[in-house]
Design a binder for this molecule. Structure first.
Ligand code: SF4
Ligand code: SF4
Length: 98
């Protein structure tokens, strides 16, 4: 049986998650476990780029050719921060299977 934490020495604590090589986050596609996804409405968008700044996964980028924001759904985990932060409601979160 495992000892209570307050009775363990630091040598007995099991190692936690180990990042074995730099840059491995790019191999982990967080979009695979998303339950909701952001849907972008370019007609409402005022190109403030707030969503680009706030996305914790760098899944949104401005596309200067089309003058629209673009999403990389491989890394979008569906947290909804972009939709929450958009000042004009140009991003709507929908169920992944819709
Ligand atoms: S839902 Fe979250 S992870 Fe996905 S684009 Fe918006 S802020 Fe980024
Ligand atoms: S936060 Fe909203 S208005 Fe601003 S660039 Fe993103 S989608 Fe467009």
């Amino acid at each position: 049986m495992t000892k209570p934490m307050d009775e363990m020495t630091w040598q007995e604590v099991e190692p936690g998650g180990v990042i074995s090589e730099p840059g491995c986050a790019s191999c982990y596609h967080t979009g695979t476990w998303r339950s909701e996804k952001p849907v972008y409405n370019p007609d409402k968008c005022i190109r403030c780029q707030r969503c680009f700044i706030m996305c914790p996964d760098a899944s949104i980028k401005p596309d200067f050719e089309s003058n629209c924001m673009v999403w990389d759904y491989d890394y979008c985990k569906g947290c909804g921060i972009c939709a929450y932060e958009c000042p004009v409601g140009a991003i709507e979160m929908v169920q992944e299977d819709e």
